[in-house]
Structures are given as C-alpha cells and as structure tokens.
Design a protein around this ligand. Structure first.
Ligand code: HEM
Length: 376
C-alpha cells in the first residue's frame, strides 16, 4: 500500500473489534439508551434478553489484527474511509446480530466468501438470483440446499444503501462478513483490503467446479493452485471447518462405499463412523446435519486439526490433508500443536483468497441489490 507521497506504508495495527467490542456496541444500543446514529439505529436492531445472554457467550475470542505483509494490488483497507466511514461498523453490527441469533450463521457467511472468490474471483457473482440474463450459482451442486446466509447480506446491503447509497460493493460486504464471522467465533482478526466491485454475470459451471469433499487431494490442491493459492493456504483455509455443519450427503460415501468396493473409508475412526451412520443411513437423511468439528462446533479454534490427527475429520477432503501428502500432513500437525500459528496463517490466507481476481476501477458495478445486476 502506498501513502500519498508514494512511500510504502505498513498497515496500522488496529483492533478490528472482537466480540467484546461488538457485544458492547449491541448493549450500548439496547440498554444504554445511546442508539446508534442514522438509518440503521432507526431500524431498531436491538437484542432481547435472551439474545443478550447468548451474546455474552462470545467472551474469549481474539481481538488482535494480523497484518498483511504487503499490498501488491489495488485493494486497501481504508477504501471507504471517506465515502462510507461507518461501513465496517455496520457490517460488524449486523453480522453480530445474526450470529447471536444463530451461532452457525458465522460459518455460513465465512463459506460464502470462499464460494464467491473461487468462481471468477471475489465479485459477489454468488449472490445473484436467477433472472433473464443470469443462471444463479446458488443452484450449483456445492451450493444447492447448502449455501446460506443470503438474507443477512440483504440486510447489510439495505442498511448500507441508506447510509451511503451506491458505494459499498456486495463483494466487499462478503469479505468483511467473513472476517467478522471469524472474529465473533473466537478466531483471528485482520484488516480486510477493500475496493472490490460487483460482477454483472455469474458462472454456474465455475460454481460446479468448486473443490468437492470427495475430490482427491491432488485435485483439490490443483484447484487451489489455479486460484493462486498454495498448499499452505489449502491447509490453513480448510481450518474454517472448525466451525459449521455438513450434510450427510457430503460424507456418506466414506461410511459405506469409499472406493466402490462396498468398504468404508478406514482412514475414518471406526467408532466415530458407527456414530455417524446412526443419523446418516445408506439412503435417506441426505440433509441431516453434522458438526464439522464435533469437539467445539461453534468455536473458531484448532480442534479441527486435532480431530484430523485422531482420524475424526468429517469430510474426506479434511482427512486427506493428513493421509495423502507429507507437506500438508506436517502443516496439520503444526496447526494442531500451535493455535497461534494457525490463526496467523489463516488471516494471511484469507487476505490472499480475498484478492482473487477482484473487479477494480471501473470494471463491474456497485449493485444496489446484491441479488440483481443494476438496470442502467
Ligand atoms: C479445501 C476444499 C474444501 C472442500 C472440499 C469443502 C467442502 C465443504 C463441504 C462439503 C461442506 C458442507 C456442505 C454441506 O454439506 O452442506 C463445507 C462446509 C463449510 N465450509 Fe468448506 N470446503 C473446502 C474449503 C473451505 C474453505 C476454503 C472455507 C473458507 C475459507 C470453507 C468454509 C466452510 C464452512 C465455514 C462450512 C460450514 C458452513 C455452514 O455450516 O453453513 N471451506 N465445506
């Protein structure tokens, strides 16, 4: 990132606002009487007593910000500093409200950023609904009956359109919501480079090509490499599976017929596999939900890696990180031992993923509604 004079300026270390900050903001809004200014305060987005109790459970998450090494592209964290100074605060508030209401929403929002960035870059193509010119990515195999959280993004966008019309892109909202979701569940914070613009098209074929849980290790790594991400990014970003759920249909094959010979996947711990079979039968129950990290399913920590070491990674794509490649196996072990190391790398890799082919300058547009391209 360059200062006005062209000198390299490091990112300042800022508190991106951990749970305490968010919860304090929510409490000020509701209890302290000092309602937040502007249009969104007027929308009355406050918590009831039950929600407050839940909010206080977000107590121990990290509030540190990890800094990107350099900024070789045109995205930068202060992009909205003048045009929409409260943009980040607004996103954080609405994400926090949604996560207090339903803890899983953090995972769902984090995943949306991944599914957006892996298809034509981080351009919010994922958010477009079907229309005359658009075949929605929401109906692709990885997303159908699975991708969720779109209503939260709608709410953020509608408040931002009132606060600063036609300014904050849906692609940037996705990137910010992914960061805030991570922090809210106890994970690391980072400054999100901003300035992405929104696409005017979608790609169902690109969306169908997102890494699948039954892809081989090599296929998954190749798909990451094609996006400019390496094996370190792959292992660190897979650590997102420390929160959230997967459906029976996403891992059934491992329980009954992993390689077409009627045998289960023996790299899955067999007592755990037996437990999984009770709610994930040979047929039926496709949509039944299971925690990706059964030890601490709503907390962003390094138990995902510890589970893999215990042969209890839920998806085949999780377990192969240990069983199919020496380098990734070493990384799994390191992250299982050292949560801080995982957090640092996760923040770096999220910034890298967020930099995949952004639309900048005059390319794309700032959608008024994340579900539709603008009518010009
Ligand atoms: C490495 C390749 C990856 C594969 C094969 C994969 C696959 C999957 C699958 C199959 C699910 C469950 C979907 C369902 O059954 O409905 C899932 C959930 C999830 N994935 Fe991944 N994923 C990968 C990488 C990532 C990355 C890079 C991120 C984020 C940076 C991510 C974040 C998540 C989250 C948070 C969930 C839980 C979502 C929820 O509960 O709504 N995944 N993933």
């Amino acid at each position: 990132m360059k200062e006005m004079g062209g000198r390299e300026k490091p990112y300042p270390t800022v508190d991106v606002g951990g749970p305490q900050t968010v919860v304090a903001a929510l409490w000020r809004c509701c209890g302290g009487g000092a309602r937040l200014r502007g249009s969104w305060g007027a929308l009355g987005m406050c918590l009831d007593e039950g929600e407050r109790a839940e909010a206080s459970s977000f107590s121990r998450a990290s509030t540190r910000a990890f800094l990107p090494k350099s900024n070789g592209n045109k995205l930068y964290p202060q992009f909205y500093a003048h045009s929409c100074p409260r943009a980040q605060e607004i996103v954080k508030f609405i994400v926090a409200k949604a996560v207090v209401k339903e803890a899983r929403m953090a995972a769902s929002l984090l995943r949306l950023h991944f599914h957006d960035c892996f298809v034509k870059g981080c351009d919010a193509s994922l958010l477009l609904d079907n229309s005359r010119s658009i075949i929605t990515e929401k109906q692709s195999d990885p997303n159908r009956n699975s991708a969720r959280g779109f209503e939260v993004l709608d709410e953020i966008k509608s408040v931002l359109e009132k606060e600063c019309p036609h300014t904050v892109s849906c692609a940037d909202i996705l990137a910010l919501a992914a960061r805030d979701s991570t922090v809210l569940t106890g994970g690391p914070g980072w400054e999100v480079p901003l300035g992405r613009r929104d696409s005017r098209d979608a790609s169902i074929s690109g969306s169908n090509n997102i890494p699948a849980p039954n892809n081989t290790f090599q296929t998954i790594l190749t798909k990451f490499n094609l996006k400019g991400l390496d094996i370190v990014d792959l292992v660190a970003l897979s650590g997102s599976h420390t929160i959230g759920n997967a459906r029976c249909t996403s891992f059934r094959q491992r329980l009954y017929n992993q390689s077409g010979n009627g045998q289960p996947d023996y790299s899955l711990e067999q007592v755990y596999a037996t437990q999984l079979r009770t709610r994930c039968p040979r047929s039926g129950g496709d949509q039944n939900l299971f925690f990706l990290d059964f030890v601490s399913p709503t907390k962003f920590d390094n138990n995902y890696f510890k589970n893999i070491l215990a042969s209890k990674g839920l998806l085949s794509s999780d377990q192969v990180l240990l069983t199919k490649n020496k380098t990734s196996a070493e990384l799994v072990k390191k992250y299982a031992e050292n949560k801080e190391l995982f957090f640092q790398q996760f923040a770096k890799s999220m910034i890298k993923m967020g930099n995949i082919s952004p639309l900048i300058g005059s390319r794309g547009e700032i959608r008024k509604n994340c579900r539709r391209i603008n009518t010009n």
